[in-house]
Design a binder for this molecule. Structure first.
Ligand code: GDP
Length: 300
């Protein structure tokens, strides 16, 4: 797995560098604090967390009488870390029970990197010597099933697909059935990301989940969000959070944005942790999210 810090440092240190430059000034007046706020907002940290961080940092620097840039950096690092919350459990819940595989549903809007994420996760799991079955329940895009088939061949995972336009729930069912029959450890199910209507999405995902759970519990529902889409990504998080029990977030394309603050905003929106981040287009470019590494990368 790629190192989060090394990869983020290149594209994503604008936020940290910007903040450190302002904090390094000899006087921190109102204008300086407004600039700090603007820098955080421009990086998609979100209004609530931004206000929180500024209030805490301001009080802290005043109470502690911190004047030198090195001490300000330490304070900033701790406050950023608190926002990202290092205490959250970010492990993938993929352990099955009673001889049945763990089932991970991967949901999100088309184009966010869902199928790529399923393939990369399969690669990670297979590297950990776990056997994996992939379910191509995105039956609305033939290309998605083809893409998954290629991943399956590449990493050594079985792939279950249905006819184009077929019932996503029956593909999910068959994938889990195959996982049970093969004694697989994990079944990863790629779902269709059609945000036509909220009710439609809810029906579709709900049915996939219900049908799967007749055979084995869904251990994780991962929502894939494209980090470059800002407010749109947050709206998607809200809608998916309302229609299904999201348990973890995958934030893709973090390599393509200086707005790393979306990590904080999207966790706040859903109340569940970012578990993985996508850092490029390559097959290995998925990293487990680590709060400390992330904040250190921001601060450069
Ligand atoms: P899906 O429609 O949600 O299944 O999306 P795909 O998995 O087909 O991915 C859409 C595009 O995003 C593809 O071109 C991927 O290579 C690209 N992509 C996925 N994850 C990342 C990432 O972390 N960084 C970058 N730069 N591109 C990514």
């Amino acid at each position: 797995l790629v190192r989060l810090r090394a990869r983020l440092a290149r594209s994503n240190s604008t936020l940290g560098q910007g903040l450190l430059a302002i904090l390094g000034r000899s006087t921190l007046d109102e204008d300086a604090w407004t600039e700090i706020e603007e820098t955080l907002l421009a990086a998609d940290v979100g209004v609530g967390p931004t206000t929180e961080l500024v209030d805490r940092l301001r009080t802290r620097l005043r109470v502690e009488g911190v004047h030198d840039p090195a001490a300000a950096r330490v304070a900033l690092r701790e406050e950023l870390l608190a926002l990202v919350d290092p205490s959250l459990d970010r492990s993938l819940r993929s352990t099955g029970a009673d001889g049945r595989p763990g089932v991970v549903l991967v949901v999100g809007v088309n184009g966010t990197g869902k199928t790529t994420t399923v393939g990369r996760l399969a690669r990670v799991l297979v590297a950990e010597e776990r056997t994996v079955v992939l379910g191509a329940a995105d039956t609305f895009r033939a290309a998605a099933a083809d893409q998954l088939q290629t991943w399956g061949e590449r990493v050594g995972a079985g792939v279950v697909r249905g006819p184009e336009g077929g019932d996503p729930a029956s593909v999910g069912f068959e994938a889990v059935q195959r996982g049970i029959a093969d004694g697989a450890d994990v079944v990863l199910v790629d779902t269709a990301g059609r945000l036509h209507t909220k009710a439609g999405l809810m029906d579709e995902l709900g049915k996939v989940k219900r049908v799967i759970e007749k055979q084995a519990p869904v251990t994780e529902v991962l929502l894939v969000i494209d980090a470059t889409t800002g407010q749109n990504g947050l709206t998607q998080a809200r809608v998916f959070g309302e229609v299904t029990d999201v348990t973890g977030i995958v934030l893709t394309k973090l390599d393509g944005t200086a707005r790393g603050g979306i990590v904080v905003a999207v966790q706040r929106e859903l109340g569940v942790p970012v578990k993985y981040v996508g850092l490029g287009e390559g097959p290995d470019d998925l990293a487990p999210f680590d709060a400390e590494e992330f904040v250190d990368a921001l601060l450069g």
